[in-house]
Design a binder for this molecule. Structure first.
Ligand code: ZN
Ligand code: ZN
Length: 239
């Protein structure tokens, strides 16, 4: 796959999106991971003492599974301890316990509604990543007016979920955006067709008597298909 020359970028956001594409990463996954990292790092640093966060916790804010464990990992990485997380989770557990006790005393109908309501953790990190995702999609569609970006997006390793996100946003946009997206998606479909072909060859060579026939391209197609369905893996960060 040949990528066009460096993508023109005017600000920090655009530089990051361009870098993601040039490094074979899904630019929307990358933006989400960056936002999640920044958000978790902030909470790991100040969460336990942040009054705003505590006030929001009183109103039912919590952390989803991914970001509860993400928070503890972030703190561990930054301070070699998980004390701040413990303080935060204690505050959270205390509030959640009170809600659950109250709920358990209700009739079945109210419990049903109550549990459904609580199933949404109202995670502040998820809110940040969703916002970053929307902003990245919007920016990429704007940038696609530039032929270099349009070409870059057509060849980029955009994951399936974010193909859908871009597609949906493009359809809600102007006729120009829709036309731009349809040429990008046509290029994406050609990319995926080539990927599928190589993946099929890889799969064909998966039996033990054919395994020696596997080429590096076929092996790479296996990894690319996992990224396509599973999203771009998080970057190694040592900051
Ligand atoms: Zn993605
Ligand atoms: Zn979350």
């Amino acid at each position: 796959m040949t990528m066009p020359a460096k993508l023109p970028a005017r600000d920090f956001e655009e530089i990051r999106l361009a870098e993601a594409i040039e490094r074979g990463r899904c630019p929307v996954c990358d933006a989400r991971q960056e936002a999640s990292y920044a958000s978790l790092r902030g909470i790991a640093r100040e969460g336990a003492t942040d009054r705003g966060l505590r006030a929001q916790m009183d109103k039912g804010l919590g952390f989803c599974q991914l970001h509860s464990s993400g928070l503890s990992k972030m703190e561990l990485q930054q301070t070699s301890s998980q004390l701040a997380t413990a303080v935060l989770l204690d505050a959270l557990l205390r509030r959640r316990l009170a809600t659950l006790k109250k709920l358990a005393g209700n009739d079945a109908g109210n419990q049903y509604r109550g549990v459904a309501e609580l199933a949404d953790p109202r995670c502040p990190v998820c809110a940040q990543t969703a916002e970053a995702s929307t902003a990245a999609v919007r920016r990429l569609l704007e940038l696609s007016a530039d032929p270099a970006w349009s070409g870059g997006l057509g060849a980029a390793e955009i994951c399936l979920e974010d193909v859908y996100a871009l597609w949906t946003a493009a359809l809600a946009g102007s006729k120009e955006v829709q036309a731009r997206w349809s040429s990008i998606v046509a290029a994406q479909l050609r990319r995926l067709e080539a990927l599928q072909k190589t993946l099929a060859e890889y799969a064909h060579n998966s039996t033990s008597d054919r395994r020696h026939l596997i080429t590096p391209e076929q092996h790479a197609a296996g990894a690319a298909s996992i990224r396509f369905f599973g999203g771009t893996p998080d970057r190694d960060r040592q900051r």
